[in-house]
Ligand binder design. Structure first.
Ligand code: DAH
Length: 343
């Protein structure tokens, strides 16, 4: 039995020397130590049949060999595992110090939605209602009720899409028709904003789109003056752009206001030196506005001798361009993920 033990020890060491991975190592281990048929297990079982001194002597020798072999197995296993990790680190170039990538965002709001949400929050905080109106509008609400009769030249500047076979329907070229709808529905006093899509038969360029967004504002009350209008416009621009902006007021003509103004702001994209976003003038027409024409108040079903008001029609895509420094309006509808993921 002594010789048997020596033989096992030698064979075990030899077998382990030739092993190159943990799986093979375990196969060798099983060959010697498996419960049923392991060569070493067999010897331990045979010990029980011996008696007296021989059992004691061979028993302690067998235990010594067993512990020794198990130690050899343990340290070989550790070596192989370390070598495995080193190999993976080299072959697959895992840098365990590299910071984890942030999770990809699953979705987020479009910059125009962000701007409209901010505008609506701002105006609701000042007591305005948020209203909606139809995109397919009647000629009456789009023009007639806004003091733009059929023959009026102002119709030309609107580049309207008319609907084939339905001469009295148009894709609304502005959000102003909702002024009339709001007065008819809610009467006065009234404070409301309307954000939505409008359509024009435009040749597109860096500052023009055929489909774009406006936010209409309307205040009807007693004794409304131009200072109410200017104060509200300042509140609007500072609230959305969150910086001081330089503005200028010019006379502007719109048949539904009297007097009418163009409120321009110094271009924030180029700081006034001229770029595509400001048509190279340094100034951006931001908010056309004015005091509501008495005929419009009348079309809204109210008495112009009692009620006054102001209105404005903000080009919200242009405002978004100023807010985010976007040099071309067409980016906003292009559906380019590289552009959109910046917001
Ligand atoms: N609806 C006009 C347009 O799209 C803009 C406008 C001008 C709206 C003056 C207003 C206003 O409410 O008072 O060109």
């Amino acid at each position: 039995m002594k010789q048997q033990l020596q033989k096992i020890e030698q064979e075990f060491k030899k077998a382990i020397d030739g092993v190159g991975d943990v799986l093979k190592l375990d196969e060798v281990y099983q060959r010697f130590f498996s419960r049923k048929s392991g060569e070493m297990t067999q010897i331990m079982k045979n010990l029980k049949e011996l008696s007296g001194e021989a059992r004691k002597e061979l028993g302690s020798l067998a235990n010594e060999v067993k512990t020794n072999l198990e130690e050899i197995y343990g340290s070989k296993k550790q070596d192989l595992e370390h070598a495995g990790w080193d190999r993976i680190a080299v072959e697959e170039q895992i840098d365990v110090t590299e910071p984890k990538l942030p999770p990809k965002r699953k979705g987020h709001l479009h910059p125009m939605t962000i701007v409209h949400n901010e505008l609506e929050d701002l105006f609701t905080s000042m007591g305005f209602m948020v209203l909606d109106g139809p995109e397919l509008e009647s000629d009456y609400y789009a023009f007639e009720a806004l003091n733009i009769p059929k023959t009026h030249p102002a119709r030309e500047s609107m580049d309207t899409f008319y609907v084939k076979g339905k001469p009295s329907w148009v894709m609304r070229p502005h959000t102003s028709p909702v002024q009339i709808r709001a007065m008819q529905k809610y009467g006065a006093p009234l404070r409301t904003v309307v954000s939505g899509r409008v359509f024009r038969n435009e040749a597109t360029d860096a500052s023009h789109e055929h489909t774009f967004y406006q936010m209409e504002g309307l205040v009807v009350d007693k004794d409304i003056s131009i200072s109410n209008l200017i104060g509200t416009m300042q509140e609007l621009l500072q609230g959305v752009l969150k910086k001081d902006v330089e503005v200028r007021l010019r006379p502007g003509y719109f048949p539904f206001v009297e007097p009418g103004f163009e409120l321009d702001m110094k271009c924030l994209v180029c700081s006034g030196t001229g770029c595509g976003a400001c048509k190279h003038s340094g100034w951006v027409e931001t908010v056309p506005c004015g005091l509501i024409h008495p005929r419009v108040i009348k079309a809204g079903g109210l008495d112009p001798k009692v009620w006054t008001g102001f209105a404005f029609g903000l080009g919200s895509m242009r405002l978004a361009m100023q807010k985010y420094g976007i040099e071309d309006i067409r980016h906003l509808h292009a559906g380019n993920m590289e552009f959109l993921e910046q917001f």
